[in-house]
Write a protein that binds this ligand. Sequence first.
Ligand SMILES: Nc1ncnc2c1ncn2[C@@H]1O[C@H](COP(=O)(O)OP(=O)(O)OP(=O)(O)O)[C@@H](O)[C@H]1O
Ligand SMILES: Cc1ncsc1CCO
Length: 517
Amino acid sequence: MTRTIDYSLYLVTGRELLPQGKDYFESLEESLQGGVTVVQIREKKAETAEFLDIALKSKAICDRYNVPLIINDRIDIALAIDADGIHVGQTDMPVSMARKLLPQKCIIGVSCNNKEELQKALENGADYVGIGAIYATQTKDLTKPLVGVRGIGPLLQMLDGTSVKAVAIGGINSKNVLRVLHGSVSGTGHSLDGIAVVSAIVALNQPRQAASELSEILSEFKKGPSIFHGMSSAANGHTTDSITSGVVSLMNQIRTLNPLVHQITNSVVTAQSANITISIGASPIMATAVDEMSDLATICGALLVNIGTLTPPACAGMLAAGCHVNTWKKPIVFDPVGVDLLNKWQPSVIKGNAGELAALAGSIEVTSKGVDTVGNGFEDPVGFVTALARRERCIVVLTGKTDYVSDGHTCAVLDNGHEFLGKMTGSGCATGSCIASFCAVASASAQTEGQSLRGVLAKGDMFLASIAGILVFNVAAELAAARDDVKGPGTFFPALIDELTSLTPEVVQEHIKIKIV
Ligand SMILES: Nc1ncnc2c1ncn2[C@@H]1O[C@H](COP(=O)(O)OP(=O)(O)OP(=O)(O)O)[C@@H](O)[C@H]1O
Ligand SMILES: Cc1ncsc1CCO
């Protein structure tokens, strides 16, 4: 009988990484006390006798904690110490051959970097796969491309319907583990069975503490319901009435809370978006320098990243800002054109027009001319946003004449707005500023007392906040366009700022055009 293995926190040893003066066996024991659930002994340089000695002593320690032990590469050592399994790389003993040599109870794991390697591992009967490298690391020379967080999901999907388990490896630590867990869930809801770490435990003086922190994050993540582990939305329970009263409540709070909304946006709209943010009752800060990002993340209520006119310094700022804001569990609204940033941090909301979201989704149904969408948009916009929200594990907002907001289960269809918005540059960017401002309010006012936030990337109902941002902007646009002093898009914009400034929740409630599908 093969032993059932809990892959959650998979420690790969690395003696060369131990802090000066730290004993290898002491470090191993402390890691086990912290909650490591499986150990792989990796000794690339040791002679056989030394490897054997380390493996035997490690086995005795692991046995005391009832934690299975796996040997890297060396079948002879695995056999000699009666290990629970063996882990092979792509250039080591093939899985099928190892299977013949090892007792039936031994599990076999294999490192995989891409679909071809994973397919081979499946055909050869591997019990688990180590997917990596996710991030660049110093523990291993990389000869293959990084898988990246977003590369994990498609590989996990290949394991659907099999009993093969998967862990991700490469540069994972307590800072990025939640991003890896959230960002790697496949479109079919397949999530990682665990994460493998080396330096995030071994290189520390307090491995017990490091392991226990990682273990807590992992178990909080796994507690969440199915595909939506830790996602910020209560959309499932929403009705049009609950949305209307939720929007009224967010509007009532925004002017007293006056949240600081950090926006890294394009050079075309920076001042315009900052003014719109002020008019709805929030406070903009449009900083882009990398050095400021860590401090800003502590004081802002939400972050907006819009990549319309991307320059290398702004890109570096976006990278840093998103990582810091994720760490503080604050909302991020992403207005996309390029997707690589999403390997580094997890947005709470993605907002775009049909052309932008089609590009993000890899769909050819809709194309863009510059920043504008060509044609009528998607044939099934509700299906599209719902699928994209599921895939990206965040709220997705599709703007246009009609706006669609989905959390992957429920879709809200919003029919407010005015055609003048389509004739003004940066109206989509402004919608993003409004959404980010309400995300800041929803996050700040979220009821989280007594609730662990360890498995969650941002608190608050981002579905409701996205709807509030769109409604406030679009109802004010209707009021502005109807004014006698507004003759066209030129006079419309100042009137829009005025209407946003004086807009009340009661007026929004009167004008709201919403359907839940
Ligand atoms: N014809 C229209 N009628 C009503 N509302 C509209 C119309 N066009 C756009 N809007 C509203 O304007 C806002 C921006 O949406 P849009 O899809 O135009 O963004 P965008 O294409 O990203 O804009 P930009 O690239 O100029 O920033 C949304 O709130 C949307 O509801
Ligand atoms: C016109 C334009 N060009 C790059 S960003 C932008 C603002 C609208 O998205």
